[in-house]
Design a binder for this molecule. Structure first.
Ligand SMILES: *Cc1c(COP(=O)(O)O)cnc(C)c1O
Length: 393
């Protein structure tokens, strides 16, 4: 059988067996509408309540602070637009960063068209937002700060607790996109003074199409999905019971197994970095050296095009990502790496490897072996190699 290696776990994960087992009866046994008053409905509602409790417990929130959504994208949109609209009487200024997920960036752009003003904070070469620059950007009319907990391309962890404290001191609402942090870091919304937080199920071995928005009690937020009275009147639409139940189980497992998998993935990650550093010249590891999650490694291979690397690895059965949005066939350079000040040549050669619970040492060995061959092959035919590597005599 052809060898298959999946190193794109930051894009999505498989659904774990434990999660799948929990979901299965929701399709054909406990299939009631969780908003119906009869026994079928009550049974489904009980399962949804339990899932909500599990999510709440995983982040130290209260159950009535959790709202289920169709995923991280909806949670981000709801947080940004819903909070901005609810507090526009106070001001119309929002602070975010240049390296947020497109769900946050596009929601902010949409608000700009309505007359809101948005400051997009720069990041340093490690991908970190500076607290000093954040404080400097705060104005009298700032109503919302949205800074992601962990970046999906490079894995850098922001100083969330310090940002939360700053927001609180200035009476500004703090939202964080914690989609990539969930399951990798301990998140405590009370300790970190987080007012709103986006989560997604399919990055933590749960099903796709479900996520959650945590909103601290007392924070105002306008609805964006109008409809029935689901989610305590905050979000219309029949509840995705199997999805929610799977997400709840996945969240419980993510917290339960975090120390185990973090350790396992860290040692594989360190092994991978040692191997490629020893066997492939002219590479750079992007992102923060230490303040980053274990499962994401972003590497720039000089003198090669990342799309070519991706396609050739795919030909060998290895799945990775270039971390850049492929819009209508046109490959855009990564705005995250560009914002970090990387040389355009390094941006063009950047590949994201993201490890998961089932990644093995054999997977890494196979990937390194193929990577050595592919990079060598591509560099031989690269016109840049003929012109000479920058800095070489
Ligand atoms: C995947 C991701 C999202 C989007 O979540 P979906 O559930 O796929 O909509 C948002 N933010 C970050 C950081 C992500 O990695």
């Amino acid at each position: 059988m052809e060898k298959k290696v999946y190193l794109d776990n930051a894009a999505t994960t498989y659904v774990s067996t434990e999660v799948l087992n929990e979901m299965m009866p929701c399709f054909n046994v406990f299939y009631g509408n969780s908003n119906s008053v009869h026994s079928f409905g009550r049974e489904a509602a009980g399962l949804v309540d339990r899932a909500r409790d599990r999510i709440a417990r995983a982040i130290n929130a209260k159950s009535n602070e959790i709202y289920f959504t169709s995923g991280g994208t909806e949670a981000d949109n709801w947080a940004i637009k819903g909070i901005a609209h609810a507090y526009s009487f106070k001001g119309k200024h929002i602070i975010t960063s240049k390296i947020e997920h497109s769900a946050v960036l596009e929601a902010c752009k949409s608000l700009e068209k309505e007359g809101f003003e948005v400051t997009y904070l720069p990041v340093d070469s490690n991908g970190l937002v500076s607290l000093a620059e954040l404080i400097h950007a705060i104005r009298k009319d700032t109503i919302l700060i949205s800074i992601m907990a962990v970046n999906n391309e490079v894995g850098t962890i922001q100083n969330i607790k310090a940002i939360g404290k700053t927001a609180k001191e200035n009476n500004i609402i703090f939202h964080t996109d914690a989609v990539q942090a969930f399951g990798s870091l301990k998140i405590d919304v009370v300790d970190m003074e987080i007012d709103a937080m986006s989560l997604s199920s399919h990055k933590i071995y749960g099903p796709k199409g479900v996520g959650a928005l945590y909103v601290r009690n007392g924070i105002k937020i306008e609805n964006i999905i109008d409809g029935g009275h689901q989610e305590r009147g905050r979000r219309g639409g029949t509840t995705n019971v199997p999805g929610v139940v799977g997400f709840g189980k996945a969240a419980e497992i993510a917290v339960r197994d975090m120390p185990l998998f973090n350790q396992k993935i860290k040692s594989l990650r360190d092994y991978f970095i040692r191997e490629i550093t020893a066997k492939i010249p002219y590479i750079t590891i992007n992102g923060h050296m230490h303040q980053k999650v274990n499962n994401i490694v972003n590497v720039s291979f000089e003198l090669v095009d990342n799309e070519a690397v991706l396609l050739m690895l795919d030909f060998e059965g290895i799945a990775v990502s270039t971390g850049s949005a492929c819009l209508a066939g046109a490959v855009e350079p990564s705005y995250v790496l560009t914002s970090m000040g990387l040389d355009s040549e390094l941006v063009k050669g950047a590949v994201r490897f993201s490890f998961g619970r089932s990644t093995t040492k054999a997977d890494i060995d196979y990937t390194v072996e193929k990577l050595v061959e592919i990079i060598e092959k591509l560099r031989k035919i690269s016109p840049q190699t003929k012109a000479g590597r920058k800095g070489d005599k």
